[in-house]
Design a protein around this ligand. Structure first.
Ligand code: ADP
Ligand code: ZN
Ligand code: ZN
Length: 757
């Protein structure tokens, strides 16, 4: 990762007190230090009127100075001794900048939390007021009277009657309304206490230690990781284990061991998958030594959390992507649950992936850290690395929760059409729903809107229009064209299927609203809940819908991919996937992988409780390997097929890919600029055979807020070639800026993109 160019000037930030990150000062690099200083280097510089020596970080090297050269001061030296914890994050920012293509400022802003003053917050707790016996009686009364929300809250309290539960946890993660809390309070069942903002939301949680006896498989994994750790071996481990196989328990035990060794741990869990139950398990084990970060925290609260970590007041930080930047004094372990989740990749510059960044961070720490990844459906990236030996592959094969995997039925929608059924429900699914409604069991109907960008297929034979060059689905655009989002290939929309001659060629456009209407048409009395981007716009609405469903206030939950994660609904015995193809033909190379993951997760929703579950997967291509292997709960065979496709096409993880996104308010100028950039890259890239350039082409979302978007894709088997081409692009942009020709454009990079630009 070197770009120690022989440049004479450096821009340096002096004080990392966070607000000042944006302010850089120009310095000259003395000859004796030339070529030794890199972006991210920590240097000693004279600063201010008294020229006091201060520490600073290099954010940019240049060959021209924006300031009067004669007035520039010289860098005094390179700092070497006593690098504080923060320096690791500066180094990490430099790595992110290099690896993902962003400015140093953007990278620093990502790794260093904004410093914000905390206002006097109040904190509320809920605890039992009645004595336990009375409360139990009241709980049973709620149960018989079907007061589901009160029942759930009391259940949580009675599980650990001495514990005070944070109010936010109840209204947030449990989705229990303040009206329910008030009702219990008015009946003197519970009390709500308020106190000054406690730095730790869970201070009074008592610690109950380990009471489960680990299974042999679990024990073997904990022992392996910890004995490696004790022998100073630091690796990245991938735990492949289906839901309920005991991964979380394994994380908890490992963390406990790491803490015994005087170290701390970070647990990354996608926010959407972090359930109340999981949180409580961590609280029970680590009590007030654990903290949780989530997106509802204000910048001040976030800073507060980080401060507690820095001061050694906690040992465990749980949270989404950004929890990775918790400045622990002695980080020993990073756990990343649901490692395959798309939310681990940032959608803003730097577009970093938390998995790669975690591994990089672990390697930069003075003592280094171990990294443990876990998933029921590992990402192709992680599994590939595990099979090549870069990661250590560990398996959990048994389900500890009991219960059987649900029966999965694949329905061929082409057959349905042939037999005259044009509705969006197959006959099997309709009968299934009917039966559940009579028995009072619950149903989840799932549609993946991701692919809604408009792939076009034949509803009679299942033929899908694909790009002959990229092997991804074409998308329908206005003006009657089918377009490839990678290379720009296009062809006119056809009315007749080229394969079977049928005239049922169309883009699939069913949304959640349409499904709900259809449900009401067939079953006017059915109570439905809908969860999609529209119904979850307001804060907490996501949790509210889920808890309303958990309270059995509805028979059918209809939703997008949001509904397949996390929460357990014991009364759900039927899951219907309406058009599994939709995600399969999203116009990018990860479509099959995402489909497999979603179907596996969706299938895992049925039959969580005592009752056996049924999953109905409807599609036009029931024989597609992603659908077949998901129905058979067979990860290996999916992986084997998929990796061959990636290898053949040079897609990640076998190859690498970089998207260069160009945005401009002026369509003509935007494409002209993109073309010039492409020509510049063609002319100047060194290893001409080592990379393939594709485009420019209009982006998948070709216009946002009147800004036109174009994209150039670069493919290479060698990541370093991609970063060198990124540097070329950066240089070109700079040249254009210097020549006054770069106005109103923006250029962004996305390495191994998870989504199309
Ligand atoms: P995962 O994270 O893989 O979904 P969990 O760790 O949540 O799995 O375990 C699933 C369930 O099995 C939990 O209810 C947990 O309490 C229980 N469990 C985990 N390990 C054991 C064990 N060794 N013995 C008994 N029950 C266990
Ligand atoms: Zn056809
Ligand atoms: Zn193409």
């Amino acid at each position: 990762m070197t770009d120690k160019k022989d440049y004479p000037f450096a821009n340096i930030i002096i004080n990392i007190s966070h607000e000042q990150v944006d302010r850089a000062f120009g310095y000259r690099i003395p000859d004796r230090l030339r070529g030794m200083i890199d972006v991210g280097s920590c240097v000693i510089v004279p600063f201010g009127r008294g020229d006091h020596l201060r520490k600073g970080y290099v954010v940019e090297l240049t060959d021209k100075s924006d300031y009067d050269v004669n007035k520039l001061k010289y860098i005094n030296d390179i700092a070497t001794k006593d690098l504080p914890a923060e320096d690791v994050f500066i180094k990490l920012a430099a790595w992110m900048r290099r690896n993902y293509g962003s400015t140093m400022y953007a990278a620093l802003k990502t790794v260093l939390p904004a410093h914000k003053k905390q206002s006097g917050l109040k904190h509320r707790f809920i605890s039992l007021r009645m004595d336990i016996r009375e409360a139990r009686e009241y709980y049973y009364e709620c149960k018989t009277k079907h007061r589901k929300a009160q029942e759930r809250l009391l259940e949580a309290i009675l599980e650990d009657p001495e514990v005070r539960l944070p109010y936010e946890l109840i209204t947030g993660k449990m989705g229990i309304s303040s009206a329910v809390i008030r009702a219990l309070k008015d009946k003197c069942v519970i009390k709500v206490e308020e106190e000054d903002y406690l730095r730790n939301p869970v201070r009074d949680m008592k610690v109950t230690g380990d009471n489960l006896c680990l299974s042999n498989e679990q024990q073997a994994i904990v022992s392996r990781v910890i004995s490696d750790y004790d022998q100073n071996i630091r690796r990245t481990y991938l735990i492949h284990g289906i839901t309920g196989s005991g991964k979380t328990e394994v994380y908890i035990r490992m963390i406990a061991e790491i803490i015994k060794r005087g170290k701390q741990a970070i647990v990354l869990i996608p926010e959407i998958a972090l359930t109340y139950q999981t949180l409580m398990r961590f609280y029970r084990h680590f009590g007030d030594r654990v903290s949780v970060m989530n997106s509802t925290l204000s910048p001040g609260e976030k800073y507060d959390q980080f401060e507690r970590a820095r001061q050694g007041l906690i040992d465990v930080m749980i949270g989404p992507r950004s929890a990775l930047f918790t400045p622990f004094p002695g980080l020993g372990l990073i756990v990343m649950d649901e490692e395959h989740e798309g939310s681990y990749k940032s959608e803003q510059m730097p577009r970093y992936h938390a998995r790669e960044t975690a591994v990089a961070l672990a390697g930069m720490l003075p003592d280094k850290a171990s990294v443990v990844l876990g998933s029921a459906t590992p990402s192709l990236d992680a599994y590939y690395r595990a099979l090549t030996g870069e990661y250590v592959l560990l398996r959990l094969t048994r389900r500890l929760t009991g219960g059987t995997l649900p029966e999965v039925v694949r329905v061929d929608l082409r057959e349905e059409l042939r037999s005259g059924n044009r509705s969006i429900f197959s006959r099997v699914l309709r009968e299934g729903i009917e039966e559940r409604l009579t028995k009072g069991e619950q149903v989840m109907l799932f549609i993946n809107r991701r692919g809604l960008a408009g792939f076009v297929s034949c509803r009679s034979c299942g033929h899908v229009f694909k790009c002959p060059h990229c092997d991804v689905s074409l998308s329908e655009h206005r003006g009657g064209k089918l377009v490839c989002h990678y290379c720009g290939y296009n062809e006119p929309v056809r009315k007749i299927c080229p394969k079977c001659g049928s005239k049922y060629v169309s883009s699939f456009r069913a949304g959640t609203q349409q499904i709900e209407n259809e449900v009401h048409k067939f079953w006017p009395g059915a109570r439905t809940l809908r969860m999609d981007a529209d119904t979850t716009r307001s804060k907490d609405s996501y949790e509210k819908i889920l808890s309303s469903f958990a309270n059995e206030e509805a028979d059918i939950l209809i939703g997008t991919q949001m509904i397949v994660k996390g929460h357990d609904f014991p009364s759900v015995t039927l899951v219907g996937v309406l058009a599994a193809d939709m995600s399969l033909y999203a116009a990018d190379y990860r479509a099959a992988e995402r489909t497999f993951q979603l179907l596996t997760q969706a299938a895992g929703r049925a039959g969580r409780g005592q009752l056996p579950g049924l999953v109905v997967i409807q599609s036009y291509q029931p024989d597609n390997y992603a659908i077949v292997s998901a129905s058979g709960h067979d990860y290996e065979s999916f992986y084997n097929e998929e990796i061959e496709y990636r290898r053949l096409m040079g897609y990640p993880p076998v190859g690498h890919m970089m998207a260069i996104g160009i945005s401009s308010g002026d369509e003509e100028k935007g494409i002209a600029f993109a073309n010039r950039l492409r020509a510049h890259l063609d002319r100047n890239r060194k290893d001409k055979t080592g990379s393939v350039l594709i485009g420019p082409t209009p982006a998948a979302i070709s216009k946002i807020n009147d800004i036109f978007r174009f994209v150039i894709y670069v493919k290479s088997s060698n990541y370093a070639i991609l970063t060198s081409i990124k540097d070329l692009a950066d240089e070109f942009v700079k040249e254009m800026q210097a020549a006054g020709q770069y106005r109103g454009y923006s250029v962004q990079f996305d390495f191994d993109p998870m989504n199309t630009f």
